[in-house]
Design a protein around this ligand. Structure first.
Ligand SMILES: [Zn+2]
Length: 141
């Protein structure tokens, strides 16, 4: 199985996001959603598109990812000021970042307990808490 052998209904998906289903967007949606949950950066998706023979600019990739995020079909995860992943798993969960490989993986909400939360300004409420647990090689190894 690969990204092009498992056909998903990219037209319905893009229409749900109120995006015109252009050939490029359909190809990007196919690459994003064909094989279950994944975390991908815009640059990675751009590279995958090129490998698949899809001619698309990085700007179009960014634009599509942001529109899919606004439509609730992706979730953006910022791991630092320069690296942002787009997550096809939009349910609430946390993340583990392998600092050696840069790979992001899911941590179920129940695996991480938050013991306290800060006070928030009057009239405000906490909407979500997103934790990125960073792991690296243990000292002395
Ligand atoms: Zn995730």
């Amino acid at each position: 199985m690969n990204a092009l052998s498992v056909k998903i209904d990219t037209v319905a998906l893009l229409c749900a996001a109120k995006m015109r289903p252009t050939r490029q967007r359909q190809a990007l949606a196919q690459l994003l959603f064909w094989g279950g949950h994944r975390h991908v950066t815009a640059e990675e998706l751009h590279r995958e598109a090129r490998v698949a023979g899809v001619t698309v600019s990085l700007a179009t990739v960014y634009n599509s990812l942001h529109r899919l995020t606004r439509a609730g079909l992706l979730r953006e995860v910022a791991v630092d000021s320069e690296k942002r992943f787009f997550d096809t798993n939009v349910s609430h969960h946390h993340h583990l970042l392998d600092e050696r490989t840069g790979e992001l993986s899911d941590v179920d909400e129940g695996e991480l307990l938050i013991a306290g939360l800060p006070d928030v300004p009057d009239g405000m409420e906490i909407k979500s808490v997103d934790v990125v647990v960073r792991v690296g090689v243990a000292d002395g190894r």
